[in-house]
Design a protein around this ligand. Structure first.
Ligand code: FAD
Length: 512
């Protein structure tokens, strides 16, 4: 039987490889780095301090894919409930936003009368549309011209699902999706803090601010698939995938960078590794980003011109930097001494996020970036020495195309700005820092081979999501080159730790 090659041992490459191996294919995953996991791999920040993945949010991992893969047999487990998030504030104790909205009611009502009920109403709408939205995200984008009963059925099911929401929620969904997240959230909250904290994810992985049209759609998609975290974080997910893949007979070749995807008469015949070794394969699934796969690894001029042009126009402008902190003590948020919070969002006001985006739009780093803070040692104390914390910060509004470029000096300056913002909401943090690691979008590009340093392999925006990802002609994972498929976060349903693009790519290969 001919071999299948998967390019990249990130979580999507592992999922695709596992499904193909279970279907009886001989699969080799080739990974340029010396370890498995891609962006999910754990890394040591400082002796004794580890972050369990470059990223930290595993709430988007799809339970149905995990069940399909039987990952619990390979050690994967979830926390018992969706995490709460502290909306931290620089002048007061902020508010804890629980996934179960009623638990936040009293704190929100104290902040502003009516906000507790507003939050319950907002979450209520999300819970009513959740099954429909997550259903759309869990299936291959439909064919615009269905060519089989199965395709027609799938299209009909989506339409029926929308109709089944009922008139009020269906209309509300259609009204909200094109809106900006800020306007939508302000319909529910009088105080700026909860709206800012809830809007923050809509700006992640996008070159947009909360007042940009369409950010409500990103927020809906993000919120409708959230569940409990994976125990042990992203690294635990990829470790279980690796075990399952190897148990299914798959092999992983580390430190094996693909330099070219080779073709014979327009069909894939294998890959050439850096150094010249050729590995034969009639099927290649590329889980690296679509620009790397189709513009760098394929001989220019091989793809139809319109496809090549569309891929070249996919927007991948990195806007996020990663800052890891090793603390000689525990992080303590303002007026919350003694409380432990594994996750916090730092943005007092929607305007703060928009202003930070304004700076980045004009190729400057914001001096007041908005932050998503994770403290992995809260749930897993083994990640830091006893009584101490490791803190993982996603800092937004750090443009890849910074005027003058990124250097050690600009990274250090941005790291200082991040610590300054953090200090406002968690006083005393800066004095506890024993080590700091700043990864600019340029570092992310170099280290993880991410075009533009983009964390999602392509921006999340209305025209680059759902049935258009990465481009309308490539949205069903198959490329015009026979035997070549896309299977990473650049494909539907997009970036994040979900396992879904890899699973859908395998489905497209196995079921057509
Ligand atoms: C700083 C940061 C923070 C993030 N935070 C979150 C978060 O909190 N929550 C969330 O859901 N998402 C987050 N994301 C996004 C999320 O991590 C990604 O969308 C997802 O992990 C990508 O998984 P993947 O398997 O599709 O690709 P990757 O993990 O990028 O894997 C692709 C693999 O391909 C390999 N590769 C590339 N080119 C080649 C080649 N030529 N030859 C061989 N191998 C190659 C790479 O080395 C890599 O291992 C974050 C991303 C970053 C960078």
């Amino acid at each position: 039987m001919s071999r299948a090659i998967v390019i990249g041992a990130g979580h999507n490459g592992l999922v695709a490889g596992l499904l193909l191996a279970r279907a009886g294919r001989k699969v080799t995953i080739v990974e340029q780095r010396g370890e498995v996991g891609g962006l999910c791999a754990a890394s040591e920040v400082h002796p004794g301090y580890t972050v369990p993945g470059l990223l930290h949010d595993t709430t988007g991992v799809r339970r149905d894919v995990v069940d399909l893969l039987g990952l619990s047999r390979f050690g994967l487990a979830f926390e018992s409930e969706a995490p709460s998030v502290l909306a931290a504030h620089s002048d007061h104790k902020g508010v804890v936003l629980h996934a179960e909205a009623k638990r936040s009611r009293d704190e929100l009502e104290m902040l502003h009368k009516g906000d507790g009920d507003g939050y319950i109403e907002w979450r209520g709408f999300l819970s009513r549309i959740r099954d429909f939205v997550s259903g759309v995200l869990s299936q291959k984008p439909p064919m615009m011209k269905p060519d089989s009963i199965a395709e027609l059925w799938s299209l009909g099911k989506t339409g029926f699902g929308l109709r089944r929401l009922g008139k009020a929620d269906m209309l509300e969904l259609m009204r909200v999706a094109p809106m900006c997240a800020a306007d939508w959230l302000q319909e529910f909250f009088g105080d700026p803090l909860p709206a800012a904290a809830l809007a923050a994810p809509s700006a992640i992985g996008a070159s947009l601010g909360p007042w940009s049209a369409g950010t409500a759609a990103s927020l809906l998609l993000y919120e409708c698939v959230r569940g409990a975290e994976v125990k042990g974080g992203p690294a635990a997910l990829t470790q279980s995938l690796q075990k399952a893949f190897e148990a299914a007979g798959g092999e992983i070749a580390l430190e094996s960078e693909v330099a070219r995807i080779r073709l014979d008469h327009g069909a894939v015949c294998g890959v050439e590794l850096e150094g010249g070794r050729f590995v034969e394969a009639l099927l290649v699934v590329a889980s690296c980003d679509p620009k790397r796969a189709l513009l760098d690894l394929i001989e220019p001029g091989t793809l139809p011109l319109d496809v090549e042009e569309q891929v070249a126009s996919v927007r991948m402008r990195g806007m996020t930097a990663k800052v890891n902190l090793a603390l000689d003590g525990r992080i303590s948020f303002r007026d919350r001494e003694g409380e432990r919070h594994a996750r916090a969002v730092v943005a007092d006001h929607l305007d703060d996020i928009e202003r930070a985006f304004d700076a980045a739009k004009y190729r400057a780093c914001s001096e007041r970036p908005h932050l998503e803070v994770s403290v992995p040692s809260v749930n897993d104390p083994s990640l830091a020495p006893a009584g101490k914390d490791v803190v993982s910060v996603l800092a937004h509004a750090a443009p890849h195309n910074l005027e003058g470029g990124w250097s050690g000096e600009t990274s250090a300056r941005f790291g200082d700005a991040v610590v300054e913002v953090l200090e406002r909401v968690a006083p005393g943090t800066s004095a506890k820092i024993v080590a700091r690691e700043v990864l600019s979008p340029a570092d992310l590009e170099d280290r993880y081979d991410l075009t533009g340093g983009h964390i999602h392999h392509g921006e999340h925006a209305l025209d680059q999501l759902l049935f258009m990802r990465p481009t309308p002609k490539l949205a069903r994972y198959k490329t015009p080159i026979e035997g070549l498929y896309l299977g990473g976060s650049g494909s539907h349903p997009g970036g994040g730790v979900t396992c879904q693009p890899g699973a859908l790519a395998a489905e497209a290969i196995l079921k057509g």
